[in-house]
Design a protein around this ligand. Structure first.
Ligand code: SF4
Length: 394
């Protein structure tokens, strides 16, 4: 049987960068598509995707993140959030190609959790994540030096959100920390604080300040004053050694550009416009939005809550628009609206469109491995360590 290694391999992102595609090699954003994309107006795209998938048969497994477009999600063998999808990829060792319809850090996680014989393909390498981009390996190493200088590194356990690059996951693994998702962040923080003497421990939470703050204050009962914000663009993170010593949570100054847009005004406005509405938001939203909401939960929680909601109930949902629209369509008996008045797609998730998917599937069916996302062995080792600690969380 032909394996991924036997095939022609299209230049890696780094090779493309060296060809001068104007992308930053240390960024999550990746590069432009190197291939000959079909025209978006091609009326045969759906048929072409179906035919290429059929030609590939069991060799391919297509993963679709909840925030993907409908035109793409229809070809997903499984849909889910980033961690569920990485686990699903790991549970399919027979699939030679994992086509990940999501963003770059998700494809990296899938590569970390799958075997060497499997190749993970991201249909558009420019599908990065602005939040993951906000913490680079160099910045985080510098932060650790600042903590060391302040005498607090030994007391600090890093906890990194799944939405981070493989480099940041590896940093976390190397320094005794764990990864978390928006579903298990509370358990991850409990675990991290328990790694040090009671009352003496600190957490460095990367890269989403909002998930870190919301979990610490809402779920663990810490005060906002127990949290400090480390700004990687300022000397010493913009913090004094005293502030670092006094803090329990050191939050990295990163955020999701989609969830960070929701404001208290959006909540007030929707409550006025739709009396009796339930406001349901993702924990990547700002603390004041989360505090004003009726329910807070991960993408999977949002889906389950709306599936279980009684007919006639009203919901304003603060998460990515593709998902909210899909849920509204799935539940015509419930009133489901987007929390904000302005359109709010995740622009990088939306880069994966039908032309890119068709191009990736047809290339694979023709024996050409394109847009492979591969994590180097050392990074993989330490990132996997951090992921395994998460899987072992009590
Ligand atoms: S929704 Fe936010 S966290 Fe998710 S991929 Fe887009 S920018 Fe990144």
């Amino acid at each position: 049987m032909t394996t991924a290694q036997d095939l022609d391999v299209t230049p890696t992102p780094l090779a493309l960068l060296l060809l001068g595609r104007e992308a930053d090699p240390s960024s999550e954003r990746g590069v432009d598509c190197p291939g000959d994309l079909p025209a978006p107006s091609d009326p045969g795209l759906v048929e072409r995707a179906r035919a290429a998938k059929e030609r590939l048969g069991e060799k391919v497994f297509v993963l679709g993140h909840h925030y993907q477009r409908d035109e793409v999600i229809q070809f997903a063998d499984v849909t889910g959030d980033s961690f569920k999808l990485a686990q699903q990829a790991a549970a399919r060792p027979e699939a030679e190609y994992i086509v990940f319809c999501g963003v770059h850090f998700m494809a990296e996680s899938a590569d970390i959790l799958t075997t060497d014989a499997q190749a993970v393909v991201l249909p558009d390498l420019a599908a990065g994540c602005s939040m993951a981009d906000m913490a680079t390996a160099e910045q985080v190493a510098e932060c650790w030096d600042v903590l060391t200088e302040a005498g607090v590194a030994d007391a600090t356990v890093p906890v990194s959100y799944m939405n981070s690059s493989a480099d940041i996951k590896a940093f976390t693994g190397r320094h005794g920390g764990t990864i978390c998702t928006s579903s298990n962040a509370e358990r991850a923080l409990d675990w991290a604080f328990a790694q040090r003497e009671a009352g003496a421990g600190k957490v460095l939470f990367l890269p989403d300040q909002h998930l870190g703050r919301n979990t610490a204050v809402r779920d663990l009962g810490l005060s906002p004053g127990d949290c400090v914000l480390y700004n990687p663009h300022r000397p010493n993170g913009g913090l004094t050694a005293e502030q670092l010593r006094a803090a329990k949570m050191i939050l990295w100054r990163g955020h999701c550009s989609v969830h960070g847009r929701f404001s208290l005004d959006s909540v007030d406005e929707v409550r006025e416009r739709i009396p009796g509405v339930n406001v349901l938001v993702h924990p990547e939203c700002k603390h004041e939005v989360v505090a004003a909401a009726d329910q807070v939960g991960s993408t999977e929680h949002i889906i389950k809550a709306l599936d279980a909601a009684p007919a006639g109930s009203k919901w304003a949902v603060g998460t990515e628009l593709n998902l909210v629209r899909r849920l509204a369509k799935r539940h015509p008996d419930k009133e489901i609206v987007f929390l904000d008045r302005t359109v709010c797609f995740c622009s990088t998730m939306n880069r994966i469109d039908l032309p890119h998917l068709v191009w990736a599937l047809e290339s694979l069916a023709d024996g050409k491995l394109v847009n492979r996302v591969e994590v180097d062995k050392e990074t993989e080792h330490f990132a996997r360590l951090a992921l395994e600690r998460m899987l072992a969380l009590p």
